[in-house]
Write a protein that binds this ligand. Structure first.
Ligand code: EPU
Length: 423
C-alpha cells in the first residue's frame, strides 16, 4: 500500500484542471446496461472506482475500449450473458448497486451482493429495493445477495423516498425508463449528477420530466438506444482544491468546472474571509486575511455537500474562533476527527456535530486515511501544516481523485507518493 508524504506550509499558487465527476461517471456507465450497442462516454475520470465499474460491466459481458484519439470510453453492451454482481467487486465499491435497476429493466433478473456497511455509516439499500418492488420486482435476500426478478416488463408506479437518496433515485430512474407506463419519483434527490444521468437517458430515448426537481416523471419506453454523453465536472474535486488553496493562504484557479454546482461552498468560503471569483467555467480563490470560523450543516443538494464536510473541517481547524459542523446525511462521517487531532486540531464531537476550535496552525504528523473524503481532509490539513505529514492507506484517495499528487505538485505543493514497506 502506498503512502503520501507532504511537506506543508506552502501556499498553493496556479491552476488546476478538474476531472469528470466520479459520482456521475458511475451511474452513466451503469446506464449502458440498458441498451444494446456501443455507448460513448467523454470526460470519464481515471479512478479506482471507475475501473471497478468497468470490471463489473465486463463481468456481465459488456466490452469496453478506451479510444485515445478523443479520450472516450466505449462501452459495447450488445451482449449481456451474466446478471450477477459478485461480492468481490461490490465490497470494494458500494455504488455497484447502481447495476441493479438497469439489469432488472433489460434482463428481468439480477443477483447483486448486498454492499453491507462502510466507514461512513450503515448505508442500507432498502429504498432501492422498496422502489423496485413498486415497479413489480420480486426480491429475496439469500447468502448475502439480493436476487430480483420481474414477470415480463417492469410496471410504472408512484414512488416516494423518505429521504432523498442519490443512487436510489438513479437506480429507479434507470429501471423506470424501460417500464411499462408512468413512474413518478417523489422526494427525489436533485444532485447535479442526477441531471447528467437524465440527459444521457434522454439521449437513449427515455422520456423524463422534472429534471433538477424533487418530482421526476418517467414515461417508460419499450426500447432504448445507445448514447453519447459527457460526464459533468467533479464538484467535490473542485471544492477540495478550492478549500486546500484557502487553507494554505494561496491563490488558485480551478478550470473546466461548473461553478453553478457549488453555491453553498462559495457562501461559506466568503463568510470565512476567502475571496471567491466565479467565471463561466472556472473559479478562483484567494486568501489574504486570517480565516473566520463559520458554522456548516450538510444537506442534500443544493445544501452544503456531505462530501465536502471533512475538507471544510480541516479548513475550520485554522479559523479564529468556534465552528459547529453538523453532519445530517451520514451517521458516522467524523472519522477524520481523530486524525486531525493528531495534527494539533481542537475538535470535540457531540452527536451529529463537531465543535471545532480554531488553532493558529497545525503540525505535520503520521496519519491514516480512513475513507475517501476523510483522506482529502488530511491532505488539506497536511498542505497547511508546519512540517511533514505522512498519510498512509492512500488507496482511499485513488477511489475518487484523478492524479491528486500530480495536480498538487503543479501548483507548488511539496508532495510525493511512496510504496509503504510493511503494510
Ligand atoms: N439511505 C437509506 N436507505 C437507502 C438509501 C439511502 O436509509 O436505501 C440513507 C443513507 O444511509 C443516507 C441517506 O439516505 O443517510 C442519503 O444517502 P444516499 O442514498 O443519497 O447516498 P448514496 O447514494 O449511497 C451518494 C454518493 C456519496 C454521497 C451521497 C450523499 C455516489 C456513488 N455516492 O451515495 O458519495 O456522499 O450520495 O450525497 O453517488 C463519496 O463520493 O465520497 C460518497 C460517499
Amino acid at each position: 500500500m502506498d503512502k503520501i508524504i507532504i511537506e506543508g506550509g506552502r501556499p498553493l499558487h496556479g491552476t488546476i484542471k478538474v476531472s469528470g465527476a466520479k459520482n456521475a461517471a458511475l451511474p452513466l456507465m451503469a446506464a449502458a446496461i440498458l441498451a444494446p450497442g456501443v455507448h460513448v462516454l467523454h470526460n470519464v475520470p481515471d479512478l479506482r472506482d471507475t475501473r471497478t465499474m468497468l470490471k463489473l460491466l465486463a463481468s456481465f459481458g459488456i466490452k469496453w475500449q478506451w479510444r485515445e484519439a478523443d479520450q472516450a470510453l466505449l462501452l459495447d453492451a450488445t451482449t449481456i450473458d451474466n446478471v450477477e454482481a459478485s461480492y468481490d467487486l461490490v465490497k470494494t465499491m458500494r455504488a455497484s448497486v447502481l447495476v441493479l435497476g438497469p439489469l432488472l429493466a433489460r434482463m428481468g433478473r439480477a443477483r447483486v451482493s448486498l454492499p453491507g456497511g462502510c466507514a461512513i455509516g450503515a448505508r442500507p439499500i432498502d429504498f432501492h429495493i422498496q422502489g423496485l418492488a413498486r415497479l413489480g420486482v420480486v426480491s429475496t435476500l439469500e447468502s448475502g445477495y439480493v436476487e430480483g426478478s420481474v414477470d415480463g416488463r417492469l410496471k410504472g408506479n408512484s414512488i416516494y423516498f423518505d429521504i432523498p437518496s442519490v443512487t436510489g433515485t438513479e437506480n429507479l430512474l434507470m429501471a423506470a425508463a424501460l417500464a411499462e407506463g408512468v413512474t413518478e419519483i417523489k422526494n427525489a434527490a436533485r444532485e447535479p449528477e442526477i441531471g447528467n444521468l437524465i440527459d444521457m437517458l434522454t439521449g437513449m430515448g427515455a422520456r423524463i420530466d422534472g429534471r433538477d426537481t424533487d418530482c421526476l416523471v418517467v414515461r417508460g419506453v419499450k426500447k432504448l438506444r445507445p448514447a453519447e454523453a459527457t460526464i459533468i465536472p467533479d464538484r467535490i474535486e473542485t471544492g477540495t482544491y478550492l478549500i486546500a488553496a484557502a487553507a494554505t493562504g494561496g491563490e488558485l484557479t480551478v478550470t473546466a468546472c461548473n461553478p453553478g454546482h457549488l453555491d453553498a461552498l462559495f457562501e461559506k468560503l466568503r463568510t470565512a474571509g476567502v475571496e471567491v471569483t466565479v467565471g463561466r467555467n472556472q473559479i478562483s480563490v484567494c486568501r489574504r486575511q486570517p480565516l473566520k470560523s463559520v458554522d456548516i450543516k450538510t444537506l442534500p443538494y443544493p445544501g452544503f455537500p456531505t462530501d465536502l464536510q471533512a475538507q471544510i473541517m480541516a479548513l475550520m481547524c485554522l479559523g479564529n474562533g468556534l465552528s459547529v459542523i453538523t453532519e445530517t446525511i451520514f451517521e458516522n462521517r467524523f472519522m477524520h476527527v481523530a486524525e486531525l487531532r493528531r495534527m494539533g486540531a481542537n475538535i470535540k464531537v457531540d452527536g451529529h456535530s463537531a465543535i471545532v476550535k480554531g488553532v493558529g496552525s497545525l503540525t505535520g504528523a503520521p496519519v491514516m486515511a480512513t475513507d475517501l473524503r476523510a483522506s482529502a481532509s488530511l491532505v488539506i490539513a497536511a498542505l497547511a501544516a508546519q512540517g511533514e505529514t505522512e498519510i498512509s492507506r492512500v488507496y482511499h484517495l485513488d477511489r475518487g481523485y484523478d492524479n491528486l499528487v500530480g495536480k498538487l505538485v503543479g501548483v507548488g505543493a511539496v508532495i510525493r507518493r511512496e510504496a509503504e514497506q510493511n503494510d
